[in-house]
Design a protein around this ligand. Structure first.
Ligand code: MTE
Ligand code: MO
Length: 460
């Protein structure tokens, strides 16, 4: 009997003959027949010794309850990951300019993009903190879920029918997509943009593959998972039943831990990961426990004592680039103004309390920035009211973070500054001296450091 309940054509049933087929050329029916025959033979021969044998996987914990529970946890978690991931992409305002977009070939996948708002000012700090912390916290659940279904990986025969082949292909995309998306995400958090430029592309496309396979998987398995979890921990369907679906061992070993114990262990793993990662987003005393924080736990003290992503030295900034010879060029509406730092300081100084929130998930508490409003700089070239989008360029040569285009809503926000001071002191070279951009709710990477030029209205 086929445990999945699918019926096979019994041997000897006459196959419908296609009268028009040329002799010797196999018709579709006969190909299907041959495949069926082959599957029958593979099934009869039985699995080779090893993991495909029914008695190989012996943990008594495996079964629909455990798999269903981990599956439901992942269902909620992955949906939140996906939504916050899509938001993160939107936060880059990729539709605004090619230089904002790391995945220009997205095509229809960008259908949902919208102008990223500037309020609440902690928006990206929240969405990206949730995205990265949850991604790390879900790793034990993901591994446990994979462990619980491992016997199915070695199902025998490997392929039973066209439908079964399709299902297995979708599982390959599901497991491969999940693995790839989690691994690229975690490497990016931990190793500080190890794939320059390409991280975004890899993570973006693998997430879509993962999600497509995830939707198919959930559509097929959700009812079963809900039934199994409702039935409770002690629920043990017969190994050959459809509910057990190849999860329950026909020859279970004695238990060394209860199902409840296994779930608690996975939960403890997730909690431990939460404790060592969440601090990098939440800050305060939590930061002390953020052992996995990629930039260390000690950003120093004093007004400039908060997280630094790339230092001036590692970004190739020479002292002469940001010394007394530094000038800010403001362009727009066919006009141009050139300012020294003292001229910037002589303009009305505004304050804004804003965090830095990096795509890697870490963020700083609000810092007290002061400097010149972007709208006041636009006014220098006659564009005060209705400030348009603005191209921001750093003195930094090369690197994907040395320029950005900010949207009009960002340029017009009264908290959007070209900051020259922070927490009452001059910016340190590592935080962008002589001047840097700071925008409410924007991803960290849009807060360009060592700014050399602002071009309002570009690209047109
Ligand atoms: N010119 C320039 N600006 C930059 C960067 C950079 O590498 N070069 N890094 C960006 C990134 S990724 C972040 S998260 C913030 C970090 O700012 P901080 O180092 O002052 O905390 O600066 C942004 N501005
Ligand atoms: Mo960043």
């Amino acid at each position: 009997m086929d445990p999945s309940g699918e019926s096979d054509q019994p041997d000897g049933v006459p196959v419908r003959q296609s009268g028009s087929a040329l002799p010797g050329k196999p018709t579709r029916t006969s190909v299907a027949e041959r495949v069926r025959e082959l599957v029958g033979r593979v099934r009869e021969a039985g699995p080779p010794p090893g993991p495909a044998r029914p008695g190989f996987w012996r943990s008594p914990l495996r079964g629909p309850w455990l798999t269903g529970l981990f599956g439901l946890l992942l269902l909620f978690g992955v949906v939140v990951l996906f939504v916050t991931g899509l938001l993160s992409y939107a936060a880059y305002n990729p539709g605004l300019a090619a230089r904002n977009d790391q995945t220009p070939d997205k095509g229809l996948l960008g259908f949902y993009l919208f102008t990223w708002p500037t309020s609440p000012y902690w928006l990206y700090r929240l969405t990206q903190g949730v995205h990265t912390v949850l991604g790390v916290v879900l790793v034990p659940v993901l591994l446990a879920k994979l462990w619980s279904v491992i016997p199915k990986l070695f199902e025998w025969p490997p392929v039973r029918s066209a439908a079964h082949a399709l299902e297995r292909l979708s599982l390959l995309l599901l497991v491969g997509g999940a693995g790839f998306t989690f691994v690229t995400g975690i490497l990016n958090i931990q190793l500080d943009y190890i794939f320059p430029g390409s991280f975004y592309t890899l993570h973006f496309y693998s997430a879509w593959v993962f999600m497509a396979a995830f939707v198919v998987h959930v559509a097929f398995r959700l009812p079963r998972a809900v039934r199994a979890v409702r039935a409770g921990r002690g629920y043990r369907p017969a190994p050959e039943s459809r509910e057990a679906a190849g999860l329950v061992s026909p020859d279970p070993a004695p238990a060394t831990i209860s199902r409840r114990g296994a779930v608690a262990m996975v939960g403890a793993g997730s909690l431990a990961l939460l404790a060592v990662t969440a601090g990098q987003s939440i800050g305060g005393w939590w930061r002390e426990t953020a052992l996995l924080a990629p930039h260390g736990r000690d950003p120093g003290t004093g007004p400039n004592g908060f997280q630094i992503n790339k230092t001036a030295a590692s970004s190739g900034i020479r002292p002469s680039d940001i010394g007394p010879a530094w000038r800010l060029t403001v362009r727009g509406g066919g006009r141009q103004a050139v300012l020294t730092r003292d001229m910037l300081l002589a303009m009305p100084q505004r304050e804004a309390a804003l965090p830095i929130a990096c795509v890697e998930g870490w963020s700083t508490p609000d810092q007290q920035w002061s400097g010149v409003r972007l709208t006041d700089l636009a006014a220098l070239v006659g564009l005060g009211i209705d400030t348009p989008r603005v191209l921001v360029e750093s003195v930094q040569r090369g690197g994907s973070f040395s320029s950005v285009v900010l949207a009009a809503n960002q340029a017009r926000d009264e908290r959007s500054l070209l900051a020259v001071r922070v927490n009452g002191a001059d910016l340190s070279p590592d935080h962008g001296y002589p001047a840097r951009v700071i925008i409410p709710a924007a991803p960290g990477v849009h807060n360009t450091k060592w700014v050399a030029r602002l071009t309002f209205g570009e690209p047109a």
